[in-house]
Design a protein around this ligand. Structure first.
Ligand SMILES: [Zn+2]
Length: 483
């Protein structure tokens, strides 16, 4: 069926919410009509994109010694209740299974909101000697949280996809170093391969993962000026290994609790960030490596010239690019070229090759580049080289634009007056201030400045000064409104 060419999308910087709703539907990323609040359907385009993102992270995790495993989705209530801070943090968000068929269960089962309490009782059985450590394990799965805030597709759902690692170390140093490696893995994939920049922050004490000693988070900036947490890594100390009785003997034969970390990679949110940060009024703009379709070939038939000639030329190009291992489509369907352009632009296909009589007669190809929306006609024999070179340029272009926007949206404020004044003028941005670390100050800032939250201390910047709110000694902290 021919699809009509619809109007362009709204400006995402002016109306992000509408832009986002439109693209999810028009590009067929997900279906929001499942009928259960907070649950969505990943359509084939969205799921292929997701699998390509997952692959990049899994490769990086396995390169750094992480082994895959899969734990059950249900967690017995007694496990979940063992770590006191942990259950306090999650209790209000747990989905419970209470019955099997007609029979009430002897013990309620939780749908995992995160898997520490599923995994540690088994770790207690797996490890007995320091020689078995470190152990680095991960799983890619869905987790369930009964969100009471308004849900938004991919950004905040009651079911979402993530990768979680659960690592165990003999020493504190190794465990703390892991949180640094986690950030490096995140940078390698999110920024270097997906073009998504982020702030690497240490969360404030009152804002840590329930049960963690230290929490580090990765926040990116969305077009509406809000930040989105897309990953976190936590040093858990011996909190979980103690509670779940994970014990190993050291060289002298003493029994000790090892140290542990966990790391969450927010896959659903990363997918949303890629769409929101790189997209434009024509739809998604995707880095070549993750695009479900990387190249589309479109014939431009003309009266007075044999269609068969054009098809033959297109077929040859199609075969040769397929042999290079690219995901390439030759679309000679009934739709008009304009309808096809609309369709593939919306889905972020990085390269479109247009072939008309002129290209066939001169052995050339016209290539349209999705990110810059520019066209170039080049000799056919240079096509492969062009793609290899230009796919990297696309990523570089997307990344640089996103990095510049993040940098340009950080505003410094030294005093309460300066901060209030700046917020009045600039609205939703990231504010760089000194902050005392007290929750009372954070709560006041949040209520006075319409939801502005303390997001934590940047890892790569050191500095001290008087708290922007109360004047007491403080550290550098970023403030932003968050999803
Ligand atoms: Zn303060």
């Amino acid at each position: 069926m021919a699809q009509n060419v619809e109007a362009a999308l709204p400006d995402k910087y002016k109306n992000m919410s509408e832009w986002y709703t439109e693209i999810l539907e028009r590009a067929e990323v997900i279906d929001i009509r499942y009928g259960v609040k907070g649950f969505i359907v990943y359509r084939p385009f969205g799921m292929i994109l997701m699998k390509n993102i997952i692959k990049l992270f899994e490769e990086e995790l396995e390169k750094t010694g992480h082994k895959p495993f899969l734990f059950p989705v249900v967690i017995p209530e007694r496990n979940l209740r063992m770590e006191k801070e942990h259950i306090k943090g999650f209790e209000g968000e747990v989905f419970w299974i209470e019955k099997g068929g007609y029979t009430p269960l002897e013990e309620r089962l939780a749908l995992r909101p995160t898997s520490e309490t599923a995994i540690y009782p088994i770790y207690a059985l797996w490890f007995s000697s320091y020689k078995e450590l470190p152990f680095k394990g991960y799983q890619t799965c869905a987790v369930y949280r009964y969100e009471t805030k308004a849900t938004r597709p991919l950004l905040r759902g009651r079911e979402f996809l993530w990768i979680e690692t659960h690592n165990v170390y003999f020493t504190e140093k190794e465990a703390r170093d892991q949180t640094v490696e986690d950030a490096e893995i995140f940078y390698k994939v999110a920024t270097e391969k997906l073009g998504i920049p982020f702030l690497h922050l240490k969360r404030e004490e009152y804002d840590k993962f329930p049960g963690a000693v230290d929490t580090y988070a990765f926040d990116t900036l969305l077009p509406d000026g809000r930040v989105l947490q897309i990953g976190t890594t936590h040093y858990l100390g011996t909190n979980f290994t103690k509670v779940f009785n994970v014990v190993v003997h050291d060289e002298e034969g003493n029994l000790v609790n090892p140290h542990s970390t966990c790391y969450g990679i927010g896959l659903s949110r990363i997918l949303a960030s890629i769409l929101l940060i790189h997209g434009d009024e024509y739809g998604a703009v995707l880095p070549f490596d993750i695009a479900p379709t990387q190249i589309v070939i479109i014939p431009i038939y003309k009266a007075g010239f044999e269609n068969k000639e054009i098809d033959k030329y297109c077929n040859e190009i199609h075969e040769s690019l397929k042999n290079e291992g690219y995901r390439v489509i030759f679309d000679n369907s009934e739709k008009t070229p304009g309808e096809k352009y609309y369709y593939y632009d919306m889905r972020g296909v990085p390269f479109r090759i247009e072939i008309g009589p002129k290209e066939v007669q001169t052995s050339k190809v016209t290539v349209f580049r999705r990110d810059t929306r520019s066209r170039e006609t080049i000799p056919l024999e240079q096509l492969k080289e062009y793609i290899v070179k230009t796919k990297d340029e696309i990523l570089k272009n997307l990344r640089e634009k996103a990095e510049k926007r993040l940098k340009d949206n950080i505003i410094e404020a030294r005093t309460k007056e300066e901060l209030i004044e700046a917020f009045k003028k600039e609205g939703r941005k990231i504010y760089k201030v000194f902050f005392c670390g007290r929750k009372e100050c954070a709560d006041e800032i949040k209520s006075v400045l319409e939801g502005l939250e303390t997001r934590g201390t940047p890892i790569n910047e050191k500095g001290e000064g008087p708290c922007v709110w109360c004047g007491e000694p403080g550290h550098i902290c970023y403030l932003a409104k968050a999803y």
